[in-house]
Design a protein around this ligand. Structure first.
Ligand SMILES: C[S@@+](CC[C@H](N)C(=O)[O-])C[C@H]1O[C@@H](n2cnc3c(N)ncnc32)[C@H](O)[C@@H]1O
Length: 266
């Protein structure tokens, strides 16, 4: 396929129009939201972007759309919800609404609680064709102490019961942000709004298999492409800014794919 393992400097709708139908297994992305930052003053045509995303997504493919809301004159814009509804209107199934919780957030408002999360809308074209659930360790190292009923001796004995050592994670994912959190790659911070490498990697591992194609229409500093390469997936993407595309290409070029993937070791 044209542009495979490339990051191209282009506006995303015109870029997607060059891609064939049903070719993308996962789109892992975060749009510029509410003109919160100045991306050369470009206004997003979200409806058409989502329409094109639907066309290029493979049957059972997934789009992970990471977005938060700006506050304008004390009023949350709710752009995130409006965009989520656009996904359903375009034909996507809203498979899950997940939360990206930030571990270290600066204090922001004097009359409201500090916002510490963004939404991760997980939209799929039909039912997802791939789900590799990520696991986390259960508490107490896989054991729990239970009180069992008194026996004939009248004493309350305790028994150590073995639990499963791990369980499937829930849908609130927490990440440290900033240098050493999102990434330790200093170059990436020339971009003002990156998402954590681990967040991208966790979704890539969850919704794709080795050699699947991962797309990011708002590639920014190249986090999605870098983590696709690390995890031995193919990547493709674009960004409207030539400066960011250069940063992204350098980051990906400096990346070595992982020798072992967790699915292969299991
Ligand atoms: C929130 S940032 C993405 C950051 C990225 N996830 C990362 O980790 O570096 C959004 C990006 O969208 C780009 N952008 C804005 N409008 C665009 C458009 N219409 N087409 C392609 N890229 C666009 C901006 O230049 C910016 O780099």
């Amino acid at each position: 396929m044209k542009y495979l393992d490339e990051i191209v400097c282009k506006e995303c709708i015109s870029f997607m129009k060059e891609l064939p139908d049903n070719c993308i297994d996962l789109t892992m992305t975060s749009p510029p939201y509410d003109n919160l930052r100045d991306y050369n003053g470009f206004m997003l045509d979200c409806e058409n972007i989502i329409h094109e995303l639907y066309r290029i997504t493979a049957k059972g493919g997934v789009v992970v759309w990471v977005v938060g809301d700006a506050i304008k004159k004390g009023n949350k814009t709710l752009t995130s919800f409006k965009q989520a509804l656009m996904f359903q209107n375009a034909g996507f199934n809203m498979h899950d609404v997940m939360i990206y919780k930030k571990k270290n957030t600066p204090f922001m408002r004097s009359n409201a609680y500090t916002n510490c999360f963004e939404f991760m809308f997980v939209a799929s074209k039909g039912s997802p064709k791939t789900f590799n659930p990520l696991k986390e360790p259960t508490k107490r190292n896989g054991y729990e102490m239970l009180v069992c009923n008194k026996k004939a001796d009248g004493i309350n004995h305790k028994v150590l019961k073995e639990l499963k050592k791990e369980k499937t994670r829930n849908n609130i994912w927490e990440y440290a942000v900033g240098l050493g959190g999102s990434t330790s790659d200093k170059n990436a911070f020339k971009h003002p709004a990156i998402f954590p490498e681990k967040l991208a990697s966790d979704h890539i591992l969850s919704w794709t298999n080795k050699d699947d194609i991962v797309f990011d229409p708002f590639m920014g500093s190249g986090t999605t492409a870098k983590m696709a390469k690390v995890n031995r997936r193919r990547y493709i993407g674009c960004d409207i800014s030539a400066e960011y595309v250069e940063i992204a290409k350098k980051r990906v070029a400096d990346t070595i794919p992982q020798a072992n993937l967790f699915q292969e070791i299991e």
